[in-house]
Ligand binder design. Structure first.
Ligand code: BTN
Length: 320
C-alpha cells in the first residue's frame, strides 16, 4: 500500500506516465503498478488512463513533507513540538498515538492515507490520499481534570484562527467542534482522553481537514461537506496548511493548559454557528428541542426549552 503512495508521488511530478516507466522507476512489475493504481482509484484519487500515453492525476498532489512542515514551524517561531512525523499509510493517526502513549510532551503525526480513519460517534472519516490534511497530536497536560469538556471547542477555535492567517474567512464552529462553511463541514475533530483521577492527563487530538475532496468523493459522504479549494477558490500548499495549523494549536493548547476555556469564550461566541438556532439534541435516551443560547464556562451547550436553560455536555445535534 505504501507503494501505491509512491505511484501517486511519481504521477504528481509529471503530465502522463506509462505503466512501464512507473514499473521501471519503482522496480516492480506492470501488474503491480496496475494494482497500485486500482488501490488509489478505490481510495478516491481521480486518475485518467489514456492508452498509449499512460496515467495522469486529475488534481494536483503535494506530498506532506516533515522537513517543509518543520521549516514552516520555525518560520512561525513555533518550537513546541518534540516530533513531527508523516507516514504514508496507517490505520488511524488517533489510534496509533493512543496506543503509543508517548512520553514526549507534544507529538504530531500526519498520514497521507488512513485505512480506518475514525470520526466521532463511531463514524468513519473518509479522505482520499492527498485530498486533505489528516493528523493527530498527543499532548500531556499537567492537570488531572482541566475541564477537558471544552478542549474540543478550543481546538476548533485554534483551527479557524489558524486558517484565518491564510486569508480563509467565513468559517464557523458547530458545537461541539465541527468546522463549517455556510452549512457544510470543512473539518472534524476527535478528542480521546486518558485522564487520571490525579496526576497529568494524556490527550490525543485528531483533526481531519478537507483540502480538495473532489465531487465524486463528496457524493459518497452522507453529510454536506466542503473543502478548502471550494471555500477559498484557491489551492493551498498542504505543507503550509499543516504548519499553520500546528503552530496555532501549539499556542492555544498552551493557553488552555494554563488558563482553561475562559480566554476562548468570546472567540467561541463570535464563531458559534448554532447560536440562536432551534435544534434537537439527542443524548443517551433523551431527546430535547430548544433554542441555542451559546456555551457556559466549561464548554457545555446551553439550550433554552420551555423557559428553562438546560446544559449538555454531549449529544447529537439536528437543526430544525
Ligand atoms: C469527526 O467525526 O468530525 C471527527 C473526525 C476526525 C478525523 C481525524 S483525521 C486524523 C485523525 N485520525 C483519525 O482516525 N481521526 C482523526
Amino acid at each position: 500500500m505504501e507503494r501505491a503512495l509512491d505511484v501517486l508521488e511519481l504521477l504528481s511530478s509529471s503530465t502522463f506516465l506509462s505503466g512501464e516507466s512507473l514499473a521501471k522507476t519503482l522496480g516492480v512489475t506492470r501488474a503491480a503498478v496496475w494494482r497500485h493504481v486500482a488501490f488509489l482509484k478505490k481510495a478516491g484519487v481521480e486518475i485518467r488512463a489514456i492508452s498509449g500515453k499512460g496515467y495522469k492525476l486529475c488534481d494536483d498532489y503535494e506530498p506532506l513533507n516533515p522537513n517543509l512542515i518543520n521549516e514552516g514551524l520555525l518560520k512561525r517561531g513555533c518550537e513546541g513540538y518534540d516530533t513531527v512525523d508523516v507516514v504514508k499509510v496507517i490505520d488511524s493517526t488517533n489510534a496509533v498515538l493512543s496506543r503509543g502513549y508517548a512520553e514526549k510532551r507534544l507529538v504530531a503525526l500526519f498520514a497521507e492515507y488512513q485505512l480506518a480513519g475514525k470520526g466521532r460517534r463511531e463514524d468513519r472519516w473518509i479522505c482520499p490520499p492527498g485530498a486533505g490534511v489528516c493528523f493527530s497530536l498527543s499532548r500531556w497536560f499537567d492537570q488531572p481534570q482541566a475541564s477537558f469538556s471544552s478542549l474540543g471547542l478550543v481546538v476548533g477555535i485554534a483551527v479557524v484562527n489558524a486558517l484565518k492567517t491564510l486569508g480563509i474567512e467565513g468559517l464557523k464552529l458547530k458545537w461541539p467542534n465541527d468546522v463549517v462553511f455556510r452549512d457544510a463541514k470543512l473539518a472534524g475533530i476527535l478528542i480521546e482522553l486518558r485522564t487520571e483521577v490525579s496526576g497529568p492527563s494524556f490527550v490525543v487530538i485528531g483533526i481531519g481537514l478537507n483540502t480538495c475532496l473532489g465531487a465524486r468523493v463528496r457524493d459518497t459522504i452522507d453529510k454536506k461537506v466542503i473543502d478548502l479549494k471550494e471555500v477559498s477558490g484557491k489551492i493551498f500548499s498542504r505543507n503550509v496548511v499543516a504548519s499553520v495549523l500546528l503552530s496555532g494549536l501549539e499556542r492555544d493548547l498552551k493557553v488552555f493548559g494554563q488558563r482553561g476555556f475562559e480566554p476562548f469564550i468570546s472567540d467561541w461566541t463570535n464563531l458559534d454557528y448554532l447560536l440562536g438556532r432551534t435544534i434537537r439534541i439527542d443524548s443517551g435516551s433523551k431527546s430535547v428541542v430548544g433554542k441555542v443560547e451559546g456555551v457556559d464556562k466549561i464548554g457545555a451547550l446551553l439550550l433554552r426549552c420551555n423557559g428553562v436553560v438546560k446544559q449538555f455536555l454531549s449529544g447529537h445535534i439536528t437543526e430544525l
